[in-house]
Design a protein around this ligand. Structure first.
Ligand code: M6R
Length: 359
């Protein structure tokens, strides 16, 4: 039931603190993690990780790849439908993780099957107990976000990424013999993530900023590192429910082509996390020289970015590896308020289904 909310999407955006508490419940154990079926040593023998997924779940997979790579674990992310067309090499030491909220996405199931047939170990990272992915993979890890009704994935993205932070801790320890860099501080910050998300869902500034997004021009989203996956996700959410043109770019790629699209009419959302900050600021300067309004989404502590931007949507300062999760919530609110203003069919956008069970 939607209760007092006009749309399931808005309800589910606001449910994120509760969903994340469920995701994390009992899984942080001091400066280590405690993951049901995956005690220490569960992944011994694995030498690399591949994520296969579609849409929003693909963006969560990219975030997972970034988390693993920075701590020395070989990881790659594949669009599931492309994985079937050009399968990456695997062997029995490859762990292939299907990131799928529903556990029923045909392209993802096909990619997992292709990996399984070639001898890889498979793991379903899913929201649905008893789903096809959970039943057919060697292992399953549940994100525990609760049911998501809106076609636009919101709370499941946050819970997928939070689960990936936990899983990365186990994988990095098992594969490298050491904990993740800065693990104690990051797990501490993860414990506070639900309350930090709540600060964002209680912030009303996205509704005003979304007024900039009602025109027919393009809307661009940029970030680096883990914020790149969130830039892509912000653009996907925006196009999916507003029907407006939106694209996400790796901030450093702008000058290799997309900068030609930038005009005073194209709002640019810049996601700042604290990682790669100076470079992001240079990208913002390049954009402003072309007259485009820049909306920074970052903690106030990213003062260089915050001071330069034309508008600013704040997120709480936390561990830089987690800031992009918070920024993503602001982008969900931007997409929601713009779509609402345009009277779009927010919970059931045209041409889309919640679960895509055809290839
Ligand atoms: O159920 P899945 O996570 O496998 O779904 C994958 C995509 O179809 C899904 O994330 C889609 O991109 C979202 N509706 C976007 O909001």
């Amino acid at each position: 039931e939607k209760g007092s909310y006009d749309h399931y999407m808005l309800k589910e955006i606001h449910e994120q603190p509760v969903a994340l508490r469920q995701t994390l419940h009992g899984r942080i154990d001091g400066d280590d993690v405690s993951l049901e079926d995956f005690p220490p040593g569960s992944f011994e023998g694995v030498d690399s990780v591949q994520f296969v997924a579609c849409g929003t779940s693909y963006h969560a997979g990219m975030y997972g790849e970034w988390l693993l790579s920075k701590d020395g674990v070989e990881a790659n992310t594949f669009i599931a439908s492309e994985y079937a067309a050009s399968p990456a090499p695997v062997d029995e030491d490859t762990l292939v993780i299907g990131v799928t909220q529903s556990g029923e996405t045909a392209d993802t199931l096909e990619a997992l099957e292709s990996a399984r047939q070639r001898g890889a170990r498979t793991l379903a990272l899913t929201n649905v107990i008893g789903s096809t992915a959970a039943r057919t993979c060697d292992d399953a890890l549940f994100i525990r976000a609760g049911p998501e009704i809106g076609v636009a994935a919101t709370k499941t993205f946050s819970s997928q990424v939070a689960t990936l932070v936990l899983l990365a801790e186990r994988l990095v320890r098992d594969l490298t013999g050491s904990p993740t860099d800065d693990h104690a501080a990051r797990l501490d910050a993860l414990e506070s993530l639900p309350e930090h998300v709540e600060v964002v869902t209680n912030d009303t500034q996205a509704a005003d900023v979304s007024q900039r997004c009602l025109g027919d021009n393009g809307h661009f989203f940029i970030g680096r590192g883990n914020a790149y996956s969130v830039a892509l996700e912000g653009a996907l959410k925006f196009k999916e429910i507003t029907y407006g043109h939106a694209e996400g770019f790796a901030a450093g790629e702008l000058k290799h082509g997309p900068l030609a699209l930038v005009t005073p009419e194209t709002p640019i959302f810049a996601v700042g996390t604290g990682h790669y900050q100076n470079r992001l600021e240079s990208n913002v300067n390049e954009i402003q020289t072309r007259g485009a309004p820049v909306i920074a989404i970052a903690p106030r502590t990213a003062s260089g970015l915050v001071d330069t931007a034309d508008e600013f949507l704040p997120v709480p300062a936390t561990h830089p590896d987690l800031v992009a999760i918070l920024a993503n919530v602001q982008l969900q609110l931007i997409a929601y308020h713009a779509a609402n203003e345009m009277e779009r069919s927010i919970d059931k956008p045209r041409n889309l289904a919640k679960s895509v069970t055809v290839e």
